[in-house]
Design a protein around this ligand. Structure first.
Ligand code: CAA
Length: 261
């Protein structure tokens, strides 16, 4: 495996089929500097390409998931340098992953940290987690999806409140507004998130991928064409071995043996 400096990777779960990525700049509250994002993108791409991996978990530590883009690193950026270098363009790597990516958020998920969590497919949080888009406090605005993805999670009024005030919201509020799907005690969070990944890993990876693509269409298109997309993908499952196996196993009252075919 490549030697990483800003993240740690591991393969976990009882079937060794969960790719774990831990952001690892604890002294900077996991501020998301350029080198960290290069490594994160590489790790996500490698797990996505690895047939043994069913799902990916991204986490931080108990104090911080990530406190945002690295303010010290971008302090002297200019408009021209941002345009020239495509500042933050690497971040989309995470959302291009075909496999499910789950964020396990303890501590701060602020600015780019909240945006990274929202790039993931599911967000689980520890009960001390704090979410926010505090860019407004430092004279800028969210730049990695915060103004676009947050309203899709929580609606306009709450998204506006979060983006315009810079105030933090706690894990239970985040769950109530639909940003987070479940909240756990701090020390149980990672274990529960890995369990979720393992549960997903019991299914056909091929069908999981199609299901993820179909749900994502809901955020990309109109209802009519999203429904059309879904119908085609659903019909398409009938061309797979795993669909046949799943239904045959049900009828034969036995567990399915999926082959990713
Ligand atoms: N970038 C760089 N360094 C950061 C950082 C960040 N986003 N967040 C924290 N750090 C560093 C601090 O500078 C400090 O380093 P030093 O010890 O070298 O001074 C260290 O992490 C610990 O931080 P604090 O001493 O501030 O810890 P705290 O517990 O007192 O406060 C906090 C925690 C409230 C999260 C505070 O650190 C904070 O407000 N951080 C910045 C949050 C923020 O504004 N994020 C948005 C960034 S902009 C962005 O993300 C743009 C985008 O949309 C992509």
């Amino acid at each position: 495996a490549p030697a990483y400096e800003n993240i740690k990777i591991d393969v976990v779960g009882s079937k060794s089929n969960v790719g774990l990525i831990q952001l690892n700049r604890p002294k900077a509250l996991n501020a998301l500097c350029g080198p960290l994002f290069k490594e994160l993108g590489q790790a996500v791409r490698d797990f996505d390409a690895n047939d043994k991996i069913a799902a990916i978990v991204i986490t931080g530590n108990e104090k911080a998931f990530a406190a945002g883009a690295d303010i010290k690193e971008m302090q002297n950026n200019t408009y021209s340098s941002n345009v020239r270098n495509g500042f933050l363009k690497d971040w989309e790597d995470v959302s291009n992953c075909g496999k499910p990516v789950i964020a396990a958020v303890n501590g701060f998920a602020l600015g780019g940290g909240c945006e990274l969590a929202m790039l993931c497919d599911i967000i689980y949080a520890g009960e001390k987690a704090k979410f926010g888009q505090p860019e407004i406090n430092i004279g800028t605005i969210p730049g990695a999806g915060g103004t676009q993805r947050l309203p899709r999670y929580v609606g306009k009024s709450k998204a506006m409140e979060i983006v315009l005030t810079g105030n933090f919201i706690d894990a239970h509020e985040a769950e109530k507004m639909g940003l987070v799907s479940r909240v756990f005690p701090v020390e149980k969070l990672l274990e529960e998130t890995i369990k979720l990944a393992e549960r997903i890993g019991t299914h056909s990876p091929l069908i999981v991928k199609l299901a993820k693509q179909a749900v994502n269409q809901a955020y990309e298109t109109t209802l009519r064409s999203g429904l059309q997309y879904e119908k085609s993908a659903f019909y398409g499952t009938f061309a797979t071995e795993d669909r046949k196996e799943g239904m045959t196993a049900f009828v034969e009252k036995r567990p399915p043996a999926f082959k990713n075919e």
